[in-house]
Design a binder for this molecule. Structure first.
Ligand code: HEM
Length: 405
């Protein structure tokens, strides 16, 4: 058994350059046992094959620990304030058939055609945010663009009143260091505020706009069933949680990768048709979601050549899968023409990211609009680039750039 510290997958240094650590982990075999803060003893799938196998084998590995004979989550939920406890009612925490019922209600809203129709709205939001930067010399793109774009887009999609957007940023802003129990506890009051607000706004006449997803979900039905109010609130919270930070860190991490690889940036500027491949390579190279949520062995099982017990906890280390030399040539190079690019950044199996089309669209639009507006943009001279000390999320603290020559 190795401790997280042996591989240091939490530190700022790891996040600044994860490849050496991930390669060392993979060199020991497809599954690495580590002790992680808060969650404890976890088996990490560190090769591309093992990661994909873990996420696709729903018979052997469940998301809901109760389906692996564990009562721990049930017990924890009993101790949590109800406002927080209901957040576990979301699709990502369930296995089929509950998962299928919940996902079925929102699948269409995140489908290709709907996202295609949203693109002009995303462009308008990006342009409005960039208007605020005109005439400035140096800015922190993280706080002035990368955070705001996904937040404004999801708020608009849900139909939340625009005047509330800033309140959200403050409430949700506290939840940054998820590996630190103190930080998690300190974030709870903010989460409670968000949940209460979402409950209020989601009720008929509560303020949600009639053409948004919240109003649609109130009416939505699959297999003859509608969502309970708790499930609705939990679903909206998941969409925030799963969609906002992740996309922020793809946009900021991707811009950082481009700005620090001048040849790649030049190539993208001279051939904008490379944008879809560029976004895929940013997904792989940055791997903003480094690790999946835990899975639990539903039975005693021999897997990847090792014996495991029912209830054992696993997770896919997507960042390690994404630089596995068995799948990618020169995995440490940032190459915006890479094709094919079978990264696992959106996971795989039934929990494959619901928002993948939205995330791709937002990132491509963010890159297009900012590169067109600021043709001389570069990293601010002497910029201090730091990464958050976070488990499972690769997040820059800021992205200081010089906008004009
Ligand atoms: C760069 C951006 C994003 C990345 C890297 C990302 C990554 C992921 C990953 C890895 C999973 C699977 C987790 C697991 O299996 O444990 C997932 C699931 C999910 N994502 Fe995303 N995501 C992104 C953006 C979004 C957006 C924009 C939304 C929606 C607004 C979203 C909504 C979801 C939901 C609802 C799930 C759960 C799906 C299910 O359980 O069936 N994600 N995402």
């Amino acid at each position: 058994m190795m401790k997280a510290q042996d591989f240091d997958i939490l530190s700022r240094e790891f996040h600044a350059n994860p490849f050496p650590t991930l390669d060392r982990m993979r060199a020991r075999g497809p599954v690495a046992g580590v002790k992680l803060p808060i969650v404890g003893h976890t088996w990490l799938a560190v090769t591309h094959d093992a990661c994909a196998a873990l996420l696709k084998d729903h018979a052997s590995f469940a998301r809901n620990p109760a389906n692996a004979g564990s009562k721990t989550q049930e017990r924890i939920l009993r101790f949590l304030p109800r406002t927080i406890g209901i957040l576990a009612l979301n699709m990502l925490g369930h296995d089929d058939p509950e998962h299928r019922r919940l996902r079925g209600l929102v699948d269409q809203a995140f489908g290709r055609r709907t996202i295609e129709a949203m693109k002009p709205m995303i462009v308008a939001i990006a342009d409005r945010l960039l208007d605020r930067l005109d005439g400035r010399t140096e800015v922190d793109l993280m706080s002035e663009f990368c955070r705001d774009l996904p937040l404004s887009v999801i708020c608009a999609m849900l139909g939340l009143p625009e005047q509330d957007h800033d309140r959200f940023k403050n409430w949700l802003g506290g939840l940054k260091d998820t590996a630190n129990i103190g930080a998690v506890i300190r974030a709870i009051p903010g989460v409670i505020k968000v949940v209460r607000y979402l409950r209020r706004v989601s009720r008929p006449g509560g303020g949600a706009l009639p053409d948004g997803l919240i109003a649609a979900l109130r009416e939505a039905e699959t297999e003859g069933q509608t969502l309970t109010e708790d499930e609705l609130v939990s679903m909206i919270f998941l969409l925030f949680g799963a969609g906002q930070e992740t996309t922020t860190h793809l946009i900021s991490g991707g811009l950082f990768a481009l700005l620090s690889h001048e040849d790649q940036l030049r190539q993208l500027r001279s051939d904008p048709a490379l944008m879809p491949l560029c976004v895929e390579e940013c997904l792989r190279y940055v791997s903003p979601v480094q690790m999946t949520k835990p899975r639990f062995a539903t039975r005693d099982v021999v897997w990847q050549g090792q014996q495991f017990r029912r209830g054992d906890m696993f997770a896919g280390l997507l960042a390690a899968a994404n630089c596995d030399p068995a799948k990618f040539e020169h995995p440490h190079s940032f190459n915006i023409t890479r094709h094919p690019n079978p990264h696992l950044s959106f996971g795989t199996g039934v929990h494959f990211c619901l928002g993948f089309q939205l995330a791709r669209a937002e990132t491509a639009i963010a890159f297009e609009r900012i590169l067109a507006r600021f043709p001389d943009m570069r990293l601010a001279p002497q910029a201090k680039i730091e990464w958050h000390k976070r488990l499972g999320i690769r997040a820059l603290t800021q992205l200081p750039v010089r906008l004009a020559a």
